[in-house]
Write a new protein. Structure first.
Length: 214
């Protein structure tokens, strides 16, 4: 964990409020996960998404669960049981050398960027490990919290997000704002050197392109 990153307590990573406002089943719908795919949960915490991710990738799929806090990952391991399809990695979302280039189909950065100073590193790693045509889902809270006011480096402002997206030729499929959370779905183009193609991944069912305020 980088010295200036925010350490998240287990209760803040899985609690009744989060399960009510952003349940794993609804959040993961945006990623359009298919059986047999490989998913990287960068900032897996206590495993809020682990069980649902394993259900969606099925017996032929696999999962990387990455988190800088070994104690939180221990809880995630208990939720997954002795499942050989999951590889748990202690480390930052901004540096996951254990995951090969272009080896995953989906990347999840749920409520992670708001705890990191090196947001650029996390987005760079997501781009690196995604296969062409793969999807990245990122979310962060909109509600101002005391730790955000004290730690400007942790804020994810619209300007900061725009700079993160511009670092690579992402295709923006979803930009959705609700009261508590801002959500984004990005695609790594099938061939990023040639720009958008007819093979671009479609937006998640029920989603909209652009900004939806709720």
């Amino acid at each position: 964990m980088a010295p200036m990153d925010r350490r998240c307590r287990p209760w803040s990573l899985d609690n009744p409020l989060r399960r009510c406002l952003a349940p794993s089943t609804r959040e993961l719908t945006h990623l359009q996960i298919q059986p047999g795919q490989t998913v990287a949960d960068l900032g897996a915490g206590v495993g809020f998404f682990v069980e649902e991710l394993l259900r969606r990738v099925g017996p032929q799929g696999s999962l990387y669960a990455v988190d800088p806090d070994p104690a939180n990952l221990d809880q995630a391991r208990r939720r997954a049981g002795s499942n050989p399809r999951v590889r748990f990695l202690v480390g930052s979302a901004a540096h996951v050398p254990e995951i090969p280039d272009g080896s995953v189909d989906r990347v999840l950065l749920s409520l992670v960027l708001c705890c990191m100073v090196d947001k650029e590193g996390a987005m760079d790693e997501a781009w690196r490990i995604l296969r062409p045509g793969g999807l990245l889902y990122a979310s962060y809270p909109r509600v101002s919290c005391s730790f955000v006011r004290r730690r400007p480096s942790l804020r994810v402002t619209p300007e900061r997000w725009a700079s993160l997206v511009q670092a690579h030729p992402w295709h923006v499929l979803l930009a959705q704002r609700s009261w508590p959370v801002t959500r984004h779905l990005l695609a790594r183009p099938p061939d990023w050197r040639t720009g958008p193609t007819d093979g671009e991944a479609p937006p998640a069912k029920g989603s909209v392109r652009g900004d939806r305020r709720g």
